[in-house]
Ligand binder design. Sequence first.
Ligand SMILES: [Zn+2]
Length: 289
Amino acid sequence: MHVHTTTSLRIHAFAINKLHDPNWTGMELYDELKQWWRGRREPKELFHKILKNGVLFHLGKIVFDEYHDYDSHLEKLEGEYKMWFLEEHIEFIKFHYPRRKKQQITAISEELTRIDKLYESDEHAYWTILESDKFYNWFLTQYFDLNSSRSSITSDVREAYAYDFSNRTFNDLPLCTHINKRIRDIGISSQIDDEPFEAWVKRTKIPKWAERAVVTRDNGLCVSCKRDLLREFTAPRHIDHIIPLKESGINDLVNLQLMCDKCNLKKKANELDPFTSIPDYLQVGLTRR
Ligand SMILES: [Zn+2]
């Protein structure tokens, strides 16, 4: 099962924006991850089926729920972006639920087509409508009504999105680094209910499949000096914890990267801005922090 791509990208942009917001991560993300993490029987389970059950997958689920529950991101959409957002949302519903709200969807499409045509015939009217309160209220009403049965967003779509989020994020090293720092910052690392961190996250041998995933993601190159570690058999390959375990890094696929032995010894943090992970056209209305 696949998630409607444009919506998926939009939720992804929403996630990155949210990950920059300390007020959000400070409470909900921390609490959610903590509860989820403590539910595991053994720390080594963190390495089992990571794309399915690891931090990124879980984070994907949290973000998906947030996106469909939390609507203030709609207020940030200006003019035409409201119209395009609604168009995309209709496509999302048609893609996942072809039989749902057909009449309403047809009516919305007709209205959007009517407004869109004005751009050619009467551009002034086009902009006046899009900037008006009337259009904004109509837009909100339609959006909420389309989502009136939120339980309608089935667990299948949610699960598919969480996979999508895992894969997309895992392939984005600056974003992985940011998430690791964020998780450390929110305190999951230090102490949980007076129980020392080391008591429930231990250094374990990195399984072969996780190593393969990291080597593939990093194209067999040291992430720092770009030395080809597949070709140069003499250079030892290190699977490095981006944030070291002793500095409260987490034992999860999101925190792993490929390095040569030399760079691993004199490691520098990867400080690329994860905000660049959002495509330009989706950055509209997002506040850069
Ligand atoms: Zn290197």
